[in-house]
Design a protein around this ligand. Structure first.
Ligand code: MOS
Length: 755
């Protein structure tokens, strides 16, 4: 991306540690000055505009489209329909890879969900295309939509992608529950949620013969490239994708979506570049969502407040044509020691778009249920909820018995509680009031998210002028990859950040895997680190085997790369500049590649998770039931923190999602039509600044030599996991109302007047 000018952050570290510095975003100035070019900002000469016509029914068939009326409209160039579209080389319903989303690409007249594309109008202007789409006046043959978790019979689903099996058992839960001295059984419901990234899915696609040039937001460039290659029957190397910036993804841009492919098909059909941008309401359907869940927890305790059984069952939904499900019960694998644990899932098929991974898939809704149930169990035992969690602290991963690669959760509890002032919490609910008379409550939730890694490649170069170049097709969806990965790159090369050119965000660069699963910094970062180590090792070989070098013969003790020089490890008075080594060797540059990925040997021994403890204070109007989160403290242990400023921002973001999950977000489906009633950002509530108090984040030091050589666990998603539960528990502590259906509503928190 030579056209991206990233600014150098203020800090000038010597002695090789860019990692750990709280640098500002290197793309920040581009973004705040409007110079960062997002996909839909691109205008290719001769470009046409495509607009989707989408179904207004949830299930059935399209029986009529007034294509002639649309085509007669001034400016309309063509109308793509199931009977008029480019040929695809692959069935969009085929699934040749576990991480594949079946797509609606106008393969026939079937309607699988509301907002599914049923035609694409291509015109000279956006206005003409929009008007043309309105003229299609579709007619349907409609069948009753299957809506809601009781909308159809359920089945036990197969594992999805890299996920766990739907049912996992450890010990005998049923007899443990029978023998327990105390037990609770409670059912929690979480709603469907939509990703709602600020930037809509958009694409500008231009064909030149059988090569394809695309601007589109992507969290997984190589996978998108492979999917497009399969569908159009061209080699992946013919496809060039630029995705320098994303206005949020949250999982919805992890796999290329149907509408993005339709943009490419439209460009193929008319033989000109085409831009297609989803309207906000069109993002509620074809680009994934979080499925609703209904989770039942049965928890047993002995007389001392020790857990003896956790049975976590989740009923959730998938689409009628694909298999992704929200693995909500998996949260119970990790958090609490119990001799018996069972987790299970059942799925109903509904007439919706296929759900997809979204902001801590599984753990987000799962931990809200588990953390609520644990709070209920603590109350039944008459124990402080934090003391109860400590009593049931898992020293090994409960479901597998594996030791943790590292787990500083005790420190998270201690430091978070201290900062929050938890020791002053009254045990009983409804004890605290503020000066205005609002009920005040304090709650805690435990955060957990697996420390995952996917697979990535990177390339590192040292040039004869002493500067470096690092290439990785990494994705910055707002999390700060442009900065954090460049910090890793600079340290890997032993250079100052200002000396390193970092290229990312395009598909012609080495595959950096997917920016998802909170694993991107670890995965792409390790590839970059290893590429840097490999290229400096090559440079060291050059120097150590050349008798003109001060490092000649240092082979046995080795060298250290720092500040653009190699130093003898045993005697740093012997050193040589990168530029001198390359110049003497007559080389313009030297390059090497590196890989990042999980270490299966370490994985087989250790359980790897990030952890955290979130403390929340809420204030509830006793008459109106209005809830405000007034204060939150989150303490997280997530291995090595590459950039504390960006990590804090990620953790804040996660905690705000927690507020959102507990109090705001819900997609409301009309049970009669199967259409969403609030497919817009006015009625689909997300927190605004007024809903977010000043948040406090602590990162607890955690050294993990097993997750990867850099010790990175990831911070992208963990923030949501403890936060929603902490808020629900605080609401109970404020009011005495245990709300088990999310989001918590005003009506849940007032005593009905008994006149
Ligand atoms: Mo995330 S849901 O892995 O983008």
């Amino acid at each position: 991306m030579s056209d991206i000018r990233l600014t150098e952050a203020s800090s000038h570290m010597r002695h090789g540690s860019n990692i750990g510095q709280p640098l500002t975003r290197r793309d920040g100035i581009l973004k705040v000055t409007g110079q960062a070019r997002y996909a839909a900002d691109n205008h290719v000469p001769g470009m046409l505009h495509a607009v989707l016509a989408v179904s207004s029914v949830a299930r059935g068939r399209v029986t009529f489209l007034d294509v002639e009326a649309a085509k007669r409209h001034p400016g309309v160039v063509d109308v793509m329909t199931p009977v008029h579209k480019p040929r695809l080389a692959e069935d969009p319903d085929a699934k040749t890879h576990p991480f594949m989303f079946r797509l609606e690409l106008l393969q026939d007249d079937t309607v699988r969900y509301a907002n599914q594309a049923i035609a694409v109008v291509i015109a000279e202007t956006l206005e003409s295309a929009t008007e043309g789409a309105a003229l299609l006046a579709p007619r349907y043959e409609t069948q009753p939509a299957r809506v809601g978790l009781d909308g159809d019979k359920s089945f036990a689903p197969p594992a999805v992608g890299v996920g766990n099996p739907a049912e996992v058992r450890h010990g005998d839960v049923n007899s443990a529950l029978t023998d327990a001295s105390m037990r609770i059984e409670a059912t929690y419901e979480t709603p469907a949620q939509y990703h709602n990234a600020m930037e809509p899915h958009a694409i500008v696609a231009a064909w030149d013969g059988d090569t394809l040039s695309i601007d589109t937001p992507s969290q997984g460039l190589a996978m998108a490239q492979a999917r497009i290659a399969g569908l159009f029957g061209i080699p992946p190397s013919n496809i060039h994708i630029r995705s320098p910036f994303l206005g949020g993804g949250f999982g919805s841009k992890g796999l290329i979506s149907g509408p993005q492919i339709l943009g490419i098909m439209a460009a193929r059909l008319v033989g000109k570049p085409v831009k297609l941008t989803l309207r906000r309401e069109q993002m509620y359907g074809p680009v994934g969502h979080r499925a609703p869940t209904r989770q039942t927890l049965r928890v047993g305790m002995d007389g001392d407040g020790r857990l003896t059984a956790i049975d976590h069952h989740a009923r959730t939904a998938s689409s009628s044509f694909d298999d992704f499900f929200e693995p909500a019960a998996d949260a119970s694998h990790t958090l609490y020691a119990s001799p018996a644990i069972a987790t299970s899932h059942e799925v109903v098929r509904l007439d919706t778009g296929t759900p997809l991974f979204m902001r801590a898939p599984g753990e987000a809704p799962g931990s809200i249920a588990l953390e609520s149930a644990i709070d209920e169990a603590a109350w039944m035992c008459g124990m402080d909820p934090l003391a109860f969690r400590l009593k049931n602290y898992a020293d090994v991963e409960p479901i597998t018995g594996k030791p943790f690669s590292s787990k500083a959760l005790r420190e998270c509890y201690a430091q978070g509680a201290e900062r929050f002032g938890w020791a002053r919490r009254p045990l009983k609910p409804r004890q605290l009031r503020d000066e205005a008379g609002f009920l005040v409550g304090w709650g805690v939730g435990t955060a957990t998210f697996p420390a995952l890694m996917f697979a990535a490649d990177a390339r590192a170069v040292i040039r004869a002028d002493g500067s470096g170049l690092v290439e990785s097709g990494a994705h910055d969806m707002g999390q700060g990859a442009w900065t954090a990965l460049a910090q890793i790159a600079a340290d890997g090369l032993g250079l100052d950040l200002a000396q390193v050119e970092f290229r990312a965000g395009t598909s012609d660069l080495p595959d950096a895997g997917i920016a998802g699963g909170s694993a991107h910094t670890a995965t792409a970062g390790m590839a970059i680190h290893n590429a840097g180590a490999a290229v400096t090792a090559k440079l060291a070989d050059l120097a150590m085997s050349d008798e003109r070098s001060p490092l000649f013969g240092a082979g046995n003790t080795g060298v250290i790369a720092r500040d653009g020089r190699l130093y003898r490890r045993d005697d740093e008075s012997w050193s040589e500049d990168y530029a001198d080594i390359l110049t003497r060797a007559g080389l313009a540059e030297i390059e090497a590649r590196g890989k990042g990925g999980m270490d299966p040997a370490a994985q087989s021994i250790y359980a790897m998770h990030a952890h955290g403890a979130v403390f929340a204070e809420v204030k509830v109007d006793p008459d109106l039931g209005q809830v405000r989160v007034s204060r939150m403290v989150g303490a997280f242990a997530a291995g090595r923190i590459i950039n504390p400023r960006l990590a804090r921002s990620q953790l804040f973001g996660g905690m705000i999602w927690g507020i959102s999950f507990a109090l705001h977000e819900e997609a409301v489906m009309d049970p009669r039509s199967g259409r969403l009633l609030n497919a817009n950002l006015a009625e689909y509530h997300v927190p605004v600044n007024a809903d977010v108090p000043s948040l406090d984040v602590l990162t607890v030091e955690e050294h993990d030599p097993y997750v990867n050589a850099l010790g990175i666990k990831g911070v992208g998603e963990i923030g949501v996991t403890g936060s929603a539960g902490a808020i629900a528990n605080a609401v109970w502590h404020a009011t005495g109302f245990r709300v088990r259906r999310f989001p918590i509503r005003i009506g849940d928190l007032v005593v009905p007047a008994s006149d």
